[in-house]
Design a protein around this ligand. Structure first.
Ligand SMILES: [Zn+2]
Length: 284
């Protein structure tokens, strides 16, 4: 078996392929090539695509695309049950399509099937993911003067608050929720948490100003791939007025910032140890 060939980085929604594995117990179908974006089991930020798989009159609903791994010894693991990190040695990595109910007999190993992703959900998750990354870059920029020591920089050259403090990122249709740990270790790294708490309203306003500028610039956004399969590295690139940004990312994205009417954030520090940033995108 081989790693699944993927077409979602180019924005593709429909594809064809040959079924290589059907597991009725796990309700999973694996095809040699797919347009479905799977949720990543190591860093599950963007939910997997939904849609349908059809062959002739037979069809099955895909409730979520997930990662599937098969060990060299033949052990099959699905989604969050995969016991090793993404790309781990000794495993073959594939995209699985989790299905709703019994998989029709026509969708069997060797069958040529058509795969179709729900376009509206994909588009809203792509907007959510791009908005999430832009909000994190704007957050780094708006917090840059709060660092008392040198730390590593983000792709725009600002101190990398995101990389230091982000503990979870959840992308949803047209938005995201990010959580940042503001504990002792961040303070020891040189971050002025008190100064931040005292100026959170201004910081939020600054982030929203930056995001409005970036949306207005209507820059290009795309995903570059190192190869055609699910295990190849993927990089999100986006043109901003300050320059092009790029970082490793497994998700899906808009093609242009012109696809947004707006992106805004709300910062919540109800728990002084935990910053929650909620990002909301509005489609153009
Ligand atoms: Zn990403």
């Amino acid at each position: 078996m081989q790693s699944t060939l993927i077409s979602f980085p180019a924005g593709t929604l429909v594809g064809e392929g040959e079924v290589v594995l059907v597991d009725q117990r796990a309700s999973v179908v694996v095809v040699d090539a797919t347009p479905f974006h799977p949720v990543d089991h190591t860093w599950p930020d963007q939910p997997g695509d939904t849609g349908v798989i059809t062959v002739g009159d037979a069809r099955v609903r895909v409730t979520e695309a997930v990662m599937v791994a098969i060990s060299d010894e033949g052990v099959l693991a699905v989604g969050s049950d995969i016991p090793v990190k993404r790309g781990g040695e000794g495993w073959t990595w594939m995209v699985g399509h989790r299905t709703d109910g019994v998989i029709p007999a026509d969708i069997a190993v060797g069958a040529r099937v058509t795969l179709e992703v729900d376009a509206d959900l994909r588009a809203s998750l792509s907007r959510g993911h791009t908005a999430c990354h832009l909000a994190s870059l704007a957050l780094d920029a708006a917090l840059a003067d709060l660092w008392r020591k040198e730390i590593g920089n983000d792709p725009l050259g600002n101190p990398d608050f995101e990389g230091r403090a982000n503990q979870s990122s959840r992308i949803r249709p047209d938005g995201s929720v990010d959580e940042y740990r503001l504990g002792k270790s961040l303070r020891r790294a040189g971050f002025d948490s008190e100064g931040f708490a005292a100026s959170i309203g201004e910081r939020e306003a600054r982030i929203n100003e930056l995001l409005a500028d970036w949306v207005g610039s209507a820059g290009e956004s795309r995903i570059d791939v190192d190869g055609p399969s699910i295990i190849d590295r993927r990089t999100w690139r986006c043109a901003l007025p300050e320059g092009e940004v790029a970082f490793l990312c497994g998700g899906t994205h808009v093609r242009s910032l012109a696809e947004f009417a707006s992106i805004t954030v709300a910062l919540d520090l109800s728990d002084p140890q935990l910053l929650v940033m909620t990002t909301t995108a509005v489609a153009a």
